[in-house]
Design a protein around this ligand. Sequence first.
Ligand SMILES: [Zn+2]
Length: 527
Amino acid sequence: MNNTIKNHWADITADKIIRNCDKDTYVCASGITPSGTVHIGNFREIISVELVVRALREKGKNVKFIYSWDDYDVFRKVPKNMPEQDLLTTYLRKPITIVPDVFGIYESYAQYNEKELEKYLPIVGVEPNYIYQASKYRKSDYAQGMKTALDKRDEIIEILNRYRTSDLANDWQPVSVFCNKCDRDTTKVLGRTSEWEIEYSCDSCGNHEVIDLRTTKAAKLPWRIDWPMRWSYEGVDFEPAGKDHHSEGGSFDTAEEVSTKIFDKRPPETFQYDFISIKGRGGKISSSGGEVISLPDVLEVYTPEITRFLFAGTRPNTEFAISFDLDVLKIYEDYEIIERAYFSQPEGAKAQKKKEKTDRIYELSQVHGVPEEMPYQIPIRHLCNILQIFDGDIDGVIKYLGDINENQLERFKVKATCAWNWIKNFAPEEFKFEIQKEKIDIELSDEILTLLEQLRNLTEQKMESLSEQDFGTELYDLMKSNSVESADFFKIIYQILIGKEKGPRLISFLYTIGKDKIINLLDFYKK
Ligand SMILES: [Zn+2]
């Protein structure tokens, strides 16, 4: 299977990166400010980079995959979904790295948001090197970058002004400061006092002092300078960005120019990734309540492979919705179609061509490489029915299915867990059922009672020997001989089985429930 044709968008991007500059080790970057829960839209950037990293590595290149936490950014706004709003409000305008973790788990608010993502990324096969910007700035690792920005202040102003509607003030400085006394960024940099020193004053507390860029913890670059400085510092070859940064005159445009002209660094290869919307969480969560959908929420209903498939199977510049409604089943079905194709040899040129494309998507959807044999396949709808019959007992389901081998077990358990989570939390009411445990209160005619007894006996005597189709034929014959309309009978039998008037297709449903359970249930209705 290693002869897959590699023309996925990640492969095409990898080729572009190599064409830009031929080297042994490439640096691919992603990053965000941990100012709140990192949501699934932000995850799109991380996974996009990971896919390109993988493509480069498969071309024999060494790749450094860095993920920058901009935790020296300013705490601008208290997110609605956080507790302790009053306490958090007192930290506005301070660096998020010193804001406390209101859940009391981690050292800071920033670290809480960082670790809550970092612990889930390996599950989907994403393992970058993390860089913490607060730590880098406070160690003065970027002192030279800040000095360069100050040295070339006039050129920077000229570049930025071309993208602005109103010019920057004449005394604007390309460095900002968190006050050493009150930690706020309510400061004004007054100018340089020597090659490495700057003078600032604070509007909040009146502090006024001179700091040395080589030793201070307080200085940093504003975003539009910080980003290209880090491209230069890390030698970044590839970094995608969202629509907001990639808009006309947005920070990617200015960063490209600042990178080239100020930091003498060729800007990285890039692409724009689009937004993600969420579908089918209505009822449980209102979108106005500040609810944020993050990676663990998605992993609750999608396996790690299918989570990757959602992104690997869609071009980055295409907007799409992650669904929690019935579409979940369709996504599982789509994935399993390409999985079957991967492990088979299609006939005909057209099918072969399609397979080449989907094989690559299948490969890129895997967390730890393609399994040696095809994972256990069971239609998701059928699995959902069995899970409901077994009331979510996955070990019971495994025993019932009886043909899942050792190598398939782990993946099957994850899939079954996701399916059960979906049934419990998101499946529409008409999809859900519970096998009855006692007799229900229902009035039954003599004909129906006779028919139920005949069905009981048919089940006992012939369910194991007859095919589902022949069993169905016999049941229809019994309905006819008792002059019972099938529609009427279905309503009753579903009520007896699951307490509802409708359910999964009857005959195969009876076979899935199994002989013993059906006999026990029908025995309640003996004449
Ligand atoms: Zn101050």
